[in-house]
Design a protein around this ligand. Sequence first.
Ligand code: GLC
Ligand code: GLC
Length: 836
Amino acid sequence: MKYGYFDDTSREYVITQPDTPLPWINYLGCEEYFGLISNTAGGYSFYRDARLRRLTRYRYNNSPLDMGGRYLYLRDNKSGKYWSPSWMPTRTKLDEYECRHGQGYTIITSKFNGIKSSARYFVPLGESLEIWQMTLTNESGSDSDLSLFSAIEFCLWDANDDATNFQRNYSIGQVEIAPLALERRGAGGEGLTVIYHKTEYRERRDHFAYFACSEKLAGYDTQRESFLGNYQGWDQPQAVESGSSSNSEAHGWQPIGSHHVRVHLKAGEQKQVVFVLGYHENPKDAKFDPPESQIINKQTVKPIIIKYLQPANADEAFNTLRDYWTMLLGKFQVTTPDTDTNRMVNIWNAYQCMVTFNMSRSASYFESGIGRGMGFRDSNQDLLGFVHMIPERARERILDLSATQLKNGGAFHQYQPLTKRGNNDVGSGFNDDPAWLVIGVAAYIKESGDWSILDAPVQYENETGSEAPLYDHLQRSIQYTLDRLGPNNLPLIGRADWNDCLNLNCFSDTPGQSFQTTTAKDGTIAESVFIAGLFILACKEMAGLTRKAKEERGDSFVFHLSSDDYLKFASDMESTVWAAGWDGDWFRRAYDNFGHVLGSKENTEGSIFIEPQGICIMAGLGIENGNAVKALDSVAEHLATPHGIVLQQPAFSQYYLHLGEISSYPPGYKENAGIFCHSNPWIMIAETMVGRGDKAFDYYKRINPSAREGISELHKCEPYVYAQMIAGKDAATHGEAKNSWLTGTAAWNYAAITQYILGIRPSFDGLEIEPVIPADWDGFKVTRKYRDVTYHINVTNPKHVCKGVEKITVNGRLVEGNVIHAEKGAGEVNVEVVMG
Ligand code: GLC
Ligand code: GLC
């Protein structure tokens, strides 16, 4: 069953029924100010850091689901009847309802008793504020007297303290309610009133929040209980019920922002009311006005508020945002015979990649925004799906990440976005981390051709004076693994590798202890075949990078090792994998602290894992000797399900002290044999590497959310974005998704479909073209903007093969090989590719 439909022309998903199986959310903002917004206007906002600069409050794990957000209430003052035009929180049955989620905006339209309302929420580019444009139309046939109420609950900035430290919080809340007009008459804002939230502004904070409305107010509230009533909920606020606000001023307790506007609409009349919620900082020495007072200095914020309260300016900002996304998405557009592929590649998957790039794993409806910083390995992988959109931001991210690298080549596992410093609480010792930096940097250079990044001076451990060229960081990343080999010469696993829950040195028997940061063993025995595969991949990238950098840079650059050195590391590790990591029909997973194998026929549970099959084949292992096909056939036999490929089999039936968190999950969920979607595209890519386009695409479709739209009541999560996990075959709820939005699945699926199945792949030397598609496709067309040139690529498949390029012509001229590299300034280039 479906709860909406894709409107591909508008690039929107349209939800037609408010009670979706879970809140189906969207993100506002793509730079510094962000919001999460559900299809019933739930959610919250923050500035840069979801934990430390939370603007509005949201209660996770609430019941009813998704209570709290950007609420607007309408009240018919003649009958006293009131309702939520976004359905929540009053849940009044609406005559019409529609929610359109687009790129960075959400529009909720509904109709009740003849009053049509449409609320458009978005964050203008370059600003730290959000706009709500509420358009009301009286279609009732008679005149109406309406009250419109807004309501948000302020968060006292640090979301963790806000949810825990009540003995303090209940005394510190402060607001100001102040006129907007500037001193200079006629400059705007006359008669308007703004609610400012300034908790802790009197002491060390230089920032405050504001909530403004384009209309003269009939009243306002800033104290929650005055608005709601002591024991009333958001579904029945006393102010809305009675039709009058109490003009309350919050002193401690729970500061909120609520405006009350009276709207008289004649039959057929329409009116727009604009709300602006934002974040503003003042210089430390200009916080107050007058300076000796405790009153917020509003000189610099007022013009911004005045600007965006005007509908014409809001409209213009909205159009700019739409154009921005047309430009970003225009970097890769495809037409294939498959609609699910087209809309995911052209719109939603790319959009999700931007969101994961911005959020890492911090704030979603499954990530509370207080738990996790930006992950080192996660952020490096997120680049893969994002770098083509805004390479400059990818560059900046790489430099931030590498500045948290340790001198020994290792990495802080996470960093806080606000401070950009490594997070000491989580520490380091996840032995796969450094190799991902190599993968991330390689992806950046392949896309941008910006070799200068290798010279960029970057600190180690965020220490001044420790700067070294980025290239040095990459070398240390490789060295880190070489310095940490175990008894079989495979890389030591440390706290965990990509699989955060395979904790072979943890041995935790204390409830609540972190599996990732507890280590009971010295870590000199447990080894990872996954890291071996990843290391080989990273060495091959280093070899390519070093070769090409030498060509580009000549001897002006210091290379400690040659391209051949890296290839030698790779081939030595490959021999080790064949000796200790191959199980006969598939790659093994690891060796535990006792030196026992895991992911082998010898194991009764956990005898085959997905990750080493994916990564080792991606690193090129087994392509020539046939073992890759063998391993992939084993995946198909043991791990594939109609809903995707599970992480391992058989699932762990009980908790094993020596395996850690992986065995803590009930069978079929998360890393214990769930369909952990992130690793599925590795198998798709591996299938393309052995030339099996049909299989690769089949796996792609199994987890493609658009292709699962028809089973939304089972899938539960949004049909327009990937989820981290779909319950595996051992679970009671096989096929049910969780943890939508913030997952490496976004970037990797984007890479799998665009670079390996469609085969349009940036390389150090140019754009490589190597499609591996379903045999029944006649072909496809791609427009790809790459290093300032627009390539119109037309692929035809007359012989209906999965793989193989017979010839390529560029602007009518036949080219050798399958890498094309137009000159800068070539403008538009036509590429004809004939498969066969
Ligand atoms: C989560 C983590 C990621 C990890 C994966 C597998 O998605 O964010 O870092 O690789 O789980 O455990
Ligand atoms: C939990 C999750 C895993 C995630 C990890 C991050 O173990 O199950 O997916 O990677 O936390 O710390």
